[in-house]
Write a protein of this length. Structure first.
Length: 324
């Protein structure tokens, strides 16, 4: 089978197309013939050896896959060959076939294709849990969504509304991206590349600030986000896309009873029931037309290096998908 392999850390050029053996499922594993692969910032971080946890060489990136179950391990129960599924795996997704734990498979509902389904596991679950589980959004509160036209952001804007937010403010760097956020349900949008954008957020909230802030850039964006966090507010940190480091003193939180909360999806995945319930809920929103997916582009597997370039260059909006 064809796969994209990394044998040395570095830029997009280290993603190499190779021929390897199709793996065989054992135990509770199944073999999936992949129809769509989700591309994520975590993939670029693994490639650069900058991920939260180390990824030993060599490896095949890709944690998000959708496709058809074509073979079963001898301990698999409740899944049949031919079932269309979506799932998260630790890696090896940039390929024509991949092994997955049968206990983590979610059947794809009728009317949802593989490219749509694969846009949900990583970014959908991230958006879901940073708002609901970690941000603990209460009805009527204000949510600030950074990178509101990105893969997580486009879903977070919609989910914040579905979960009862009173006001959703989205940030994005271009007028086109801000318009997209507005069309998806953002009540206001802000250009975070402009000096003083944090004051604009305060003005939009009558000086109070946002109750829940979804922060994934780090550096100066983190500092300015904290300036517009409301009393009793929760800022959920789920990435550091800028690569910038920043100093932060916990005592800053005391005066206004604020919280800064970290989120790492693999830890959430350890709670299998929570993971499955939330993904089923997301697929339900999708099937009912309550959640709109923004596919920023579909590319061939051999174009993986190009896809990483445009993803890191902030040149896209929505979800990027590879197709074997």
């Amino acid at each position: 089978m064809k796969a994209i392999q990394v044998t040395e850390y570095g830029g997009p050029e280290v993603l190499k197309l190779v021929d390897i053996e199709v793996p065989k499922p054992e135990g509770k594993k199944v073999l999936i013939k992949i129809e769509a692969i989700g591309v994520n910032y975590a993939d670029t971080a693994r490639r650069e050896n900058q991920y939260v946890i180390p990824t030993p060489l060599p490896f095949i990136p890709g944690a998000e896959v959708a496709g058809e179950v074509v073979a079963l391990g001898d301990e698999v129960k409740g899944i049949e060959v031919g079932t269309k599924v979506v799932t998260l795996i630790s890696s090896t997704g940039y390929a024509e076939y991949a092994l997955a734990d049968s206990r983590g498979l979610i059947p794809i509902p009728d009317g949802v294709d593989a490219k749509e389904a694969v846009a949900l596991p990583l970014q959908g679950l991230t958006a879901y849990h940073i708002i609901k589980s970690m941000g603990r959004l209460e009805k009527g509160e204000t949510v600030l969504v950074h990178a509101a036209a990105g893969g997580v952001g486009t879903l977070a804007v919609q989910l914040a509304n579905l979960f009862g937010a009173g006001k959703v403010i989205g940030t994005a760097s271009t007028e086109e991206k801000r318009q997209m956020a507005t069309e998806l349900g953002a009540h206001h949008t802000v250009d975070y590349t402009k000096e003083g954008w944090e004051q604009e957020v305060l003005d939009l909230t009558d000086g109070k600030g946002a109750d829940v802030i979804l922060e994934m850039a780090g550096g100066e964006v983190f500092k300015k986000s904290f300036k517009c966090l409301a009393p009793f507010g929760r800022m959920v940190v789920y990435g550091a896309a800028s690569g910038e480091r920043t100093s932060f003193y916990p005592s800053y939180l005391m005066g206004r009873n604020q919280s800064v909360i970290g989120f790492f999806l693999p830890q959430m995945m350890a709670k299998r029931e929570l993971y499955q319930q939330s993904l089923v809920e997301l697929l339900g929103f999708l099937g009912k037309g309550q959640l709109k997916l923004t596919i920023g582009g579909t590319y061939r597997l051999e174009e993986a290096a190009h896809v990483h370039e445009i993803l890191q260059g902030r040149k896209t909006a929505g979800k990027l998908v590879l197709v074997p």
